[in-house]
Design a protein around this ligand. Structure first.
Ligand code: F6P
Length: 370
């Protein structure tokens, strides 16, 4: 499978970086099963880029890549460390790019495969540009916000867990005539809250891409009450932002530091909402924060299929020696996209996306005036 003009491949490294998600092991499995029988040695670096810098690794056998399809987390462990900004005990950071490249060279690797989200794409690209090494990446995150691909692995599982939580909250909300505010992950993008909210029939879905008005949200709940619906489900992405805070954030000319700090308040948006909505509706309000439950456990069958396809394609790119690329899903195809084209960009929810339109069409309030 190797390109005719290139030397045969000997060995590759693989690491998982950033927040974990279900499906990482399924990708490692697919990589191992694609590469090892072709005579390529696969080394797994431990705890993300930290393992690469510290030269901590395990050699993966075919056997070790077996039985991983349904295993959550990552057998290689992970960290959010960046090679060019490694934390020091005194709080400062140090550029350890050189050490990372040295480990790559010491093992005489032909390529480093990095599985991770937007930050990982950036770090892999940095090592390629600064260290001149070959890299291949695959997009992982329950947030589904890596640019250049239709979908990231881990998203389907995170979304399924959040949707099931909304289903369960529905029955208890209805029994008690309560407003249930569900805190869903997604700092910069609302794919998870939107997907789970639509799947679970949430009455309100708030995402970072659509700044909300508290009055609009409260009015929508009051309208439900007028129809005799004495409970509501409010699905909130952790990065959801009010109209006024969004305006303040944008207003770069404003020098009023205090106001800006208020816009970045530490209090979760779900808590602010719950307090206001309880006052506005006089219905008891409860908050459920799904947190890391959304990132744990076994991947869904859909994610297992996707991870297998991502891993196999990554292996194929390695064997063809087509480096400097991220595996992306486009329609039904899996292709390689140049890292230089996707790094530093975020895949947020387009305001005219069919999921947004569908939510509005079934009467879901998205927090804005329409
Ligand atoms: O993996 C992405 C993400 O799930 C974000 O939605 C969230 O803000 C973040 O991870 C939190 O992760 P951690 O607590 O591991 O830093």
């Amino acid at each position: 499978m190797a390109r005719k003009d290139s030397k045969p491949l000997h060995s590759v490294g693989v690491l998982t970086a950033g927040g974990d998600c279900p499906g990482l092991n399924a990708v490692i499995r697919a990589l191992g099963k694609t590469l090892i029988p072709e005579g390529v040695e696969v080394y797994g670096f431990l705890s993300g880029f930290t393992g690469l810098i510290d030269n901590r690794y395990v050699k993966l056998s075919e056997e070790e890549c077996s039985g991983l399809l349904t295993v959550g987390g990552t057998i290689l462990r992970t960290s959010r460390d960046k090679p060019n900004k490694m934390p020091l005990p005194d709080g400062r950071t140090r550029d350890m790019t050189g050490a990372a490249i040295e480990s790559y060279k010491r093992l005489n690797l032909d390529c480093l495969i990095c599985l991770g989200g937007g930050g990982t794409q950036k770090n892999a690209y940095h090592l390629m540009k600064e260290g001149g090494i070959n890299v291949i990446t695959a997009p992982k995150t329950i947030d589904n916000d890596v640019f250049g691909t239709d979908v990231c692995f881990g998203y389907d599982t995170g979304m399924t867990i959040a949707a099931e939580a909304i289903d369960r909250l529905h029955t208890t909300a209805s029994s008690h005539h309560r407003v249930m505010v569900v805190d869903i992950m997604g700092n910069n993008s609302g794919w998870l809250a939107l997907g789970a909210g639509v799947a679970g029939g949430a009455d309100v879905i708030l995402i970072p891409e659509i700044p909300y008005s508290m009055d609009v949200v409260a009015d929508s709940l009051k309208q439900r009450m007028q129809k005799g619906k004495m409970f509501s489900i409010v699905a909130v992405a952790e990065g959801a932002i009010s109209h006024s805070d969004a305006k303040m954030k944008k207003d770069k000319s404003k020098k009023d530091k205090k106001k800006k700090e208020a816009a970045h308040t530490k209090e979760p948006v779900s808590a602010i909402l719950a307090e206001h909505l309880e006052r506005a509706t006089s219905l008891e309000t409860r908050i459920t924060s799904l947190g890391h439950l959304q990132r744990g456990g076994i991947p869904t069958p859909r994610d297992r299929v996707l991870c297998t396809q991502f891993g196999v394609k990554a292996g194929e790119l390695v064997l063809k020696q087509q480096f400097g690329q991220m595996v992306a899903k486009r329609g039904e195809e899996f292709i390689g996209v140049k890292l230089s084209d996707i790094v530093g960009k975020k895949r947020t929810v387009p305001l005219d996306h069919s999921l947004v339109t569908a939510a509005r069409s079934v009467g879901t309030c998205l927090g804005d005036e329409v």
